[in-house]
Design a protein around this ligand. Structure first.
Ligand code: PLP
Length: 463
């Protein structure tokens, strides 16, 4: 085993955390290879002169961080981060049967045909060949960065195009940002319930994830500062608008507090604002409150369409060039054709109309969910694509997920989003935008109501 008592001696704080951190370092530095079997808890406790309970807690924390897997009867193993991980990436296609409420996607709207017609018009225009024939800088073509700046301005965020890097969606923006701002073994602070795709990135980049406590207003600034001190973290990822999965809309006062606390703790914030465009009126983003430090990641995936894979990072000036270089190393530049479609939609006023249509549809679907799940504890914002269903007493999320799947309704349990201590909350995320029609959604919601309450929901809701 590559961990010695000295590894723990230099670490302040509880022993189990020191051991989990030492394991993370060993994995990050390649001293513990994927698939390697770890000693039993008793063996390691003897080697290190700590209690078996300490090793047990350390293994549990390392497992929670996605570093190792503990298999009953077989032992504990270093996870292979190049293989499949337990996250939403496992849900890469629609379930073949029933209704899939797992992946958060926008709904079809009346503007879809116009969006398609503009793609055809761009393809037919002679300038398209220029887009397709050329390369672009890693940051993107200036015309597209300007389009992104206009779009951000329409969403209430003043941004200079020079601070924007075009990316293939917010996922790529998060990956790029974390690749530039971290080293393997670094700690990334996240909300204790956080977007599963962020956990996937952390695993790939060999970052240690540390979940920070939340309350009804989102991540707690005091807990964030404490976690920064305890772990030495310099970076935190937060989703202040329509938090995924809980739907929490962080109030303005909390946003200001968060900026103050992170600046005092020497933390840089990454703001994931993917759901922000759906919120009306637009809240003040962290990037507007602290443009010199916050890295803002967004895309058109939730307000318009995810399939085009258009997103952007709005970064402080000193971070822009490294992001462009990292993009160049990774894929040279984002598809200029995809960005060109985005710019054309914007220019024709279609993006705004498509967003308005999506907001209306999302509001109608949220209302439908509230109506049909009236006997359940559903957190449903007035806008946004998902709801957060707190399960009635007696229901475990895995059991609820299984029973609903048997009836053709596929949902995402809280465990997929959990990075905190102890057991995840007993809740399910419902992606309300995903079903093609409101009638399909209503059918799925009725099954949820029947399954979880044993009662029949109102059969004639207002659609
Ligand atoms: C909070 C959050 N961030 C980022 C993403 C990735 O978005 P994109 O499709 O733009 O890559 C998602 C997608 O579900 C998300 O929920």
């Amino acid at each position: 085993m590559t961990i010695s008592p000295q590894d723990l001696a230099t670490h302040a704080g509880p022993r189990y955390r020191a051991l989990a951190d030492a394991l993370a370092r060993a994995v990050g530095e390649g001293r513990l290879r994927p698939g390697a079997r770890l000693p039993t808890q008793r063996e390691l406790a003897e080697q290190l002169g700590v209690t078996v309970g300490t090793v047990g807690r350390a293994y549990a924390l390392a497992e929670q961080r996605g570093l190792i897997s503990c298999e009953v009867g077989r032992g504990s193993f270093v996870r292979d981060s190049t293989g499949p991980v337990h996250s939403l990436t496992g849900i890469d296609s629609l379930a073949e049967d029933g209704v899939d409420l797992r992946l958060n996607a926008p709904s079809p709207t009346a503007i879809d045909a116009e969006l398609m017609a503009e793609i055809a018009a761009l393809a037919a225009s002679p300038s398209s060949m220029d887009l397709l024939r050329g390369y672009a800088p890693g940051t993107g073509l200036m015309a597209h960065r300007e389009a992104a700046a206009c779009w951000l301005a329409e969403c209430g965020i003043q941004a200079e195009p020079e601070r924007i890097v075009m990316t293939g969606g917010a996922q790529a923006g998060l990956y790029l940002t974390l690749a530039v701002l971290t080293q393997p073994g670094d700690t990334l602070l996240v909300e204790q319930l956080c977007y599963a795709g962020a956990r996937d990135i952390a695993l790939r980049l060999r970052l240690r994830l540390e979940g920070v406590a939340m309350d009804e207003h989102g991540i707690r600034p005091d807990s964030l500062a404490e976690a920064a001190t305890a772990t030495g973290a310099r970076l935190a990822l937060v989703t202040p608008s329509l938090h995924n999965p809980t739907t929490i809309q962080m109030p303005e006062s909390r946003r200001a507090e968060l900026i103050r606390a992170s600046s005092a703790a020497g933390l840089r914030l990454i703001e994931d604002d993917i759901y922000g465009p759906l919120v009306d009126p637009a809240p003040t983003t962290l990037a507007v409150l602290a443009p010199e430090s916050v890295v803002h990641v967004g895309s058109i995936s939730k307000g318009i369409l995810p399939g085009l894979r258009v997103g952007f990072v709005l970064a402080p000036r000193d971070v822009v060039a490294p992001l462009g270089q990292a993009m160049h190393a990774q894929r040279v530049n984002e598809s200029p054709f995809g960005c060109g479609i985005f710019a054309r939609w914007l220019e024709r006023g279609l993006l705004r109309r498509a967003l308005m249509a999506q907001r209306l549809e999302a509001t109608a679907r949220q209302r439908l969910a509230r109506e049909l799940l009236t006997d359940l504890d559903l957190v449903s914002p007035s806008c946004g694509l998902h709801g957060w269903l707190r399960l009635p007493g007696g229901w475990e999320p895995a059991e609820a997920e299984r029973r609903l799947a048997e009836r053709g309704v596929h949902v995402a349990p809280a465990s997929l989003f959990w990075s905190g201590r102890g057991a995840p909350p007993r809740a399910l995320r419902l992606a309300l935008g995903r079903p093609a029609t409101r009638a399909q959604l209503a059918g799925a919601l009725r099954i949820i109501a029947e399954t979880l309450t044993g009662s029949r929901a109102n059969p004639n809701p207002v659609l």
